[in-house]
Write a protein that binds this ligand. Structure first.
Ligand code: FES
Length: 125
């Protein structure tokens, strides 16, 4: 892990750790975070979120939490989502249209294969 450089960063780490504990308690093995900042919403993040929730229901995936976050600071590739599975480095995907969201769920969540052509970043945002 890299050095903590600010109080804000420390708070973020704390928040993340608490969320992870909550997730484990709820029997989840991971989470999908959908960035819902203003530019994400303008780029269609609401449709992306809807597609994720619907597809997860369709595929009966109930061990992955779907949560919303504010801006991830990646305007140019919105809508963005982060897929964080237990014991793995989180992966941030960009240009996540509803179709791409389905691809990500199918490949990353169900088959354990990262969708490399949509990856924007690996590791914590
Ligand atoms: S304003 Fe936050 S990603 Fe664009």
């Amino acid at each position: 892990m890299s050095k903590v450089k600010s109080l804000e960063e420390l708070m973020k780490i704390k928040e993340q750790a608490l969320q992870n504990i909550k997730m484990r308690e709820a029997g989840k093995r991971g989470k999908i975070v959908v960035a819902m900042g203003t530019c994400g919403i303008a780029a269609g993040a609401k449709d992306t979120l809807k597609a994720i929730v619907e597809y997860m229901n369709e595929m009966k995936i109930d061990d992955i939490a779907v949560v919303q976050s504010g801006c991830m600071g990646l305007c140019e590739v919105e809508p963005t989502i982060e897929v964080a599975l237990e014991g793995q480095e989180p992966v941030v995907y960009g240009n996540v249209t509803p179709e791409n969201a389905k691809r990500i769920i199918q490949s990353h969540i169900l088959e354990g294969k990262v969708v490399s052509d949509l990856v924007v970043k690996r590791g914590e945002v």
